[in-house]
Design a protein around this ligand. Structure first.
Ligand code: NOJ
Length: 747
């Protein structure tokens, strides 16, 4: 793989200065560089006293840590610790003034003046909140992914932040897993393109620029394969699946220059990632050429004890450092144990120095030794441009899932608005929005008021509000026939520690939709949520269904733009919607079986769910139609070349995402029934036609065989070009032995 960008992180001038510094540092100062302090044992979350008590009871924090939290001493000693060089990084301190204050102490009052690194979870915006990452992935637009990350970086940098714990590049195939909200969905090819774009956006060409931040590819690895979709659960998977499905987004992020990596909480085939030498040394460093540093997830090193993978905190620290974990987020295991381990000869100075070198290297790469303080200032004009970009992003991320012709609404159509979520601006921000503010967020109600079309608003019910039957009766009796029903889930029902076993609409929202439809209303449903949902009832009861997601600061405006046709819906799903929760994990690129899905009894399916998913990967409608024709495919030594003609057969100009899939028809290891291998967005005027050519690179044809060799096996491949994973023109082409042999020679 391309590791140039990683090699670029190693500059002889920096390495010399690091060697010099290492020569001057005391053992405590070295350990200090590996110690990150933060607000709580679960990372950047505000954690209640109750939760701290629970963590003490679980053994996740020690009595001393609990006492320090209760008495506030943990915070009181920090400035002194900075002065003594005992802290390398902060998590959760934000604001130029607060960061610069601590930075002054580090740079001017500590013995060696090594700058601090301020990290924060800037996942989809700092002040201007963009759609949650899952939503944004549905735009299938690299320029957009890069731009929203760049804006988040600029706003974070102006707040003194030098490092974001993003992008989250975990492939997620199980919609019950709450953290599906934070990534780019279920497909590793799309996920890899998105990961690279986001890294470019955060870091720019050079992460030392005042308005950029360092990125962190997380969570390494297979966190999304948590058994049963339950957060933090173990991941048990073949090495082939690990490498073919879960690794590509990380490889792409590193190739784009990601400066840091966060190993995941979970264990992979029995070994927690935090102490997993195979993952952190062999794959990450040796194979992928990673030159930056790794940071543990919050408290994860200490949690190896509870995991049952380490005897005590000292053992956990020893294993983690040996495995290649450079920085300890919060747990204090490194601060408390590394010195004794060195003195006992259980870890070597070389091991310690290696980790410190990596941390210092990235501080150099960020330019902190030359420019330790906040340099970026935001202007009002920039902030206004950020809002406009967030509105465009929210429009591009929405997916129109059903439309019987009722959308777009004619301008000035009076509408009755129902659903509590319509008036919950804060919920539109979604998971991980630390500084997003409800009062600066446009709710759907506020946007429709601005349009001047609101005939009335009745909350009726919400994810956390039971059905108010009086309000529902009023809605039914209203003279306004067109109802916009805003339904979905709360922001904190997706994201970390938010797994669900039932992903249907919560509460009585379905009942509300049923009653409205039965009363003869035209029901336009807007869905605000953080994961794919099993919502066949909502689909059936709705004349149109717009998946808006948790769309960020400009959610309401984007909804209005789309409903009234000022913006054309163009999003395509990046995660499959099942009919029923029990179908999870459900994803399009599953391996074939000997008894594939069919109406026949003895086939691979559930008896109590339809054969096809509710909405397949790649699907989404717009206010026009497209026709595909004349697929022509050839194969040569450069790969497979496909050309297809696409025509806008409707009345409005719109964007189409042309999707190309492949299937290796016969192979020595069973291959997926389809794999995304390319896509292109085109804009077509009504009646316009375009010939779209896409090439499938040899890499996309390769897989790991039973002996873990990366191979392309010559033979027939099915090619499918169309509007989603579930439709398209198909043709078969033959991949030659020459192509396969060339590939083998070159890897
Ligand atoms: C825990 C989460 O798993 C991780 O994604 C996050 O970056 C850290 N906490 C820090 O808040």
């Amino acid at each position: 793989m391309e590791i140039k960008k990683q090699a670029d992180l190693i500059r002889p001038a920096w390495e010399e200065r690091i060697t010099e510094l290492l020569g001057k540092m005391t053992l405590d100062e070295k350990i200090g560089q590996l110690h990150q302090v933060g607000p709580s044992p679960v990372g950047g979350f505000a954690v209640s006293l109750e939760e701290h008590r629970q963590m003490l009871a679980d053994g996740r924090i020690t009595q001393e840590e609990f006492d320090a939290f209760c008495s506030g001493t943990a915070r009181d000693t920090q400035e002194q610790d900075v002065r003594e060089g005992h802290i390398g990084s902060f998590l959760g301190v934000s604001g130029a003034e607060a960061c610069d204050h601590l930075q002054h102490i580090a740079v001017e009052e500590s013995r060696l003046g090594i700058p601090l690194l301020f990290g924060l979870d800037v996942i989809h915006g700092q002040h201007t909140i963009f759609p949650i990452p899952l939503a944004e992935s549905c735009a299938w637009d690299e320029a957009l992914w890069e731009k929203s990350a760049a804006i988040a970086a600029a706003e974070a940098a102006a707040d003194g932040i030098a490092w974001t714990f993003a992008p989250m590049v975990d492939i997620a195939r199980d919609a019950r897993w709450g953290r599906i909200a934070e990534g780019a969905g279920e497909d590793s090819y799309l996920g890899a393109r998105c990961a690279a774009a986001r890294v470019r956006g955060f870091q720019g060409e050079d992460p030392s620029a005042p308005d950029r931040v360092l990125s962190c590819a997380k969570h390494f690895i297979a966190y999304g394969a948590a058994c049963g979709g339950r957060d933090y659960n173990n991941a048990d998977l073949s090495e082939q699946t690990l490498r073919e499905v879960y690794l590509p987004p990380f490889s792409a992020a590193l190739a784009a220059g990601a400066a840091t990596v966060m190993p995941s909480f979970n264990d992979v085939n029995g070994v927690p990632s935090s102490v997993n030498t195979f993952l952190l040394r062999q794959i990450l460093r040796e194979e992928l050429g990673f030159s930056g540093f790794t940071v543990s997830d919050a408290n994860a090193i200490a949690e190896c004890v509870i995991h049952g993978a380490a005897a005590d905190r000292r053992d956990a620290a020893k294993q983690a450092l040996a495995a290649g974990m450079d920085m300890d987020m919060y747990s204090g295991c490194y601060r408390d144990e590394l010195k004794a381990l060195i003195e006992a000869g259980q870890i070597t100075t070389a091991q310690l120095d290696e980790a410190v070198r990596r941390v210092l290297r990235i501080k150099f790469a960020k330019g902190l030794f030359d420019h330790p303080y906040t340099r970026h200032r935001l202007t009002a004009a920039e902030l206004a441009a950020h809002r406009a970009a967030a509105r465009d992003a929210a429009c591009a991320s929405a997916v129109l899932l059903k439309n019987d012709g009722v959308l777009p609404l004619l301008l000035k159509t009076p509408v009755l608005l129902v659903g509590k979520l319509a008036d919950c601006a804060g919920e539109m921000l979604g998971t991980w929005n630390i500084y997003g503010r409800a009062e600066e967020t446009v709710s759907i109600k506020a946007a429709l008021e601005e349009e001047g079309v609101l005939a009335g608003y009745l909350p009726c019910c919400g994810p956390d509000m039971p059905l108010d039957r009086d309000e529902l009766t009023q809605a039914i009796r209203s003279e306004t026939n067109t109802v916009i029903a805003v339904v979905g889930e709360l922001a904190d029902h997706s994201g970390e520690a938010s797994s669900l076993c039932d992903i249907d609409l919560p509460g009585e929202q379905n009942e509300m939709l049923t009653a409205l439809r039965q009363a003869g209303k035209t029901v336009i449903t807007v869905l605000c949520n953080g994961r794919p949902m099993a919502i066949p009832n909502a689909v059936e009861r709705s004349n149109a269904l717009l998946e808006l997601w948790h769309a960020g600061s400009e959610a309401g405006h984007a909804a209005a733009d789309l409903l009234f046709g000022r913006a054309m819906p163009a999003g395509r799903l990046t995660a499959t919607f099942p009919y029923r929760s029990g179908e999870c994990p459900l994803y399009y690129d599953h391996p074939n079986t000997g008894r594939p899905l069919s109406p026949g009894r003895f086939s691979s399916k559930y008896l109590d769910a339809p054969l096809e998913p509710l909405f397949p990967f790649g699907s989404g409608l717009t206010y026009t139609t497209f026709a595909y024709d004349d697929l022509q495919c050839t194969a040569d030594r450069q790969g497979i070349h496909a050309a297809v003609t696409v025509k806008n057969t409707g009345e409005r100009a719109a964007k189409e995402t042309v999707q190309l899939y492949i299937r290796d028809l016969v192979a020595s290891r069973v291959r997926p029934v389809l794999q995304l291998a390319g896509f292109r967005q085109i804009l077509l005027a009504p009646g316009q036609t375009e010939r779209v050519c896409l090439t499938v690179e040899p890499e996309r044809l390769a897989f790991y065989d039973t002996r873990m060799r990366r191979v392309i096996e010559p033979g027939d491949f099915l090619i499918q070009a169309g509007q989603s994973s579930a439709d398209g023109l198909q043709q078969t082409v033959t991949v030659s032995a020459d192509l396969a042999a060339d590939y083998l020679r070159q890897i």
